[in-house]
Design a protein around this ligand. Structure first.
Ligand code: PRP
Ligand code: URA
Length: 209
């Protein structure tokens, strides 16, 4: 079964508290999503494989480590996942980026796919799927399904806020995919919004409501 990592680092929790606040405006919300994603990326990449390298310093040979193994890709689920990309690319500048457009049907809450553009060699990469919200789990599950259909075998899911229903659904659908979250909230409401959550992540990032 996949591991669920809830990242309770004080910096993440502090920024998350401001992010949730209904009085936080678009500019600050966007900045916070990006900062939290960067901090989460630091933790989610902790188990990446390393290789030994010798580096000549001005003084002597240093026995060092550098990233080895598979190359990386970041796949944001549009729209809201876009807000998590820049800070991750700052940390992993050579990562390729795929885009997957999904929106939740307002009636059924089921994900509807409307866009996809992935790197050609996505199947050979360690993929980080990013989306701030894991509510019913439908979008994250569909994103992972889609990537698996494109041959991806190494997928990590990063959501800022989840809930027990969504975490369970992803774990059941994709037991091989580790989940990284900053918080697992109480529940979903009757509109499939996370309680207490932060409202609609896409609208708050892009100022569309
Ligand atoms: C939000 C969010 C996730 C999805 C989570 O996107 O960014 O993708 O809902 O809900 P789920 O776990 O129940 O699928 P939304 O569909 O509102 O689209 P948007 O990012 O374009 O606003
Ligand atoms: N999508 C959001 O943006 N927020 C929620 O609480 C649920 C789905």
């Amino acid at each position: 079964m996949a591991t669920v990592h809830v990242l309770d680092h004080p910096l993440i929790q502090h920024k998350l508290a401001i992010l949730r606040d209904k009085n936080t405006g678009v500019k600050e919300f966007r900045e916070l999503v990006s900062e939290i994603a960067g901090l989460m990326c630091y933790e989610a990449t902790r188990s990446l494989p390393l290789m030994d390298v010798d580096v000549e310093t001005p003084v002597a040979t240093a026995h060092c480590k550098m990233l080895a193994g598979k190359k990386l890709a970041i796949v944001p689920v549009l729209r809201a996942g876009l807000g998590m990309v820049d800070s991750m690319v700052d940390l992993i500048p050579s990562a390729k980026i795929g885009h997957l457009g999904l929106y939740r049907d307002p009636e059924t809450h089921m994900p509807v796919e409307y866009y996809c553009k992935l790197p050609d060699d996505i199947a050979n990469r360690q993929v980080f799927v990013v989306d701030p919200m894991l509510a019913t789990g439908g979008s994250s599950i569909a994103a992972i399904d889609f990537l698996k259909k494109h041959g991806c075998k190494n997928i990590i899911m990063m959501n800022i806020i989840g809930c027990p229903e969504g975490v369970k659904a992803v774990q059941e659908a994709h037991p091989d995919v580790d989940l990284y979250l900053a918080a697992v909230d109480e529940k979903l409401n009757e509109h499939a919004y996370i309680v207490p959550g932060l409202g609609d992540a896409g609208d708050r990032i892009f100022g569309t409501k």
